[in-house]
Design a protein around this ligand. Structure first.
Ligand code: FES
Length: 105
């Protein structure tokens, strides 16, 4: 059974904007954005060196760049184009009315 948590409301996120939301009991915020109408969510921590993607993440189309070392992650696959061993996890997203929920596990 998934560990599903409510992250935000639909009107708190916007196409092409990266937002981080604190979730009770979770160390890093949950990042949420909309790309081409699809809601995408992922942990707010860079898989390279544990820095905040709220502070250092930059969205460009379907990629997020961590500005600390410039690594880019494909939001469709989670792959890092610079270091294939690194992977940005994505959360499964569910809309319940106007609420956005993600499966943390
Ligand atoms: S800490 Fe994010 S790319 Fe290095």
């Amino acid at each position: 059974m998934p560990l599903r948590v409510r992250v935000c409301d639909r009107d708190q996120i916007a196409d092409g904007e990266l937002r981080g939301f604190a979730v009770h009991g979770v160390t890093w915020p949950v990042m949420v954005t909309i790309v081409d109408g699809a809601i995408i969510a992922f942990p707010g921590v860079c898989p390279h060196d544990d820095v905040s993607l709220v502070d250092y993440g930059e969205l460009d189309g379907m990629e997020v760049t961590c500005r600390v070392h410039g690594y880019r992650f494909d939001l469709a696959t989670g792959k890092c184009e610079h270091v294939p061993a690194l992977h940005l996890r994505r959360y499964k997203v569910t809309e319940v009315g106007r609420e956005i929920w993600v499966d943390l596990l």
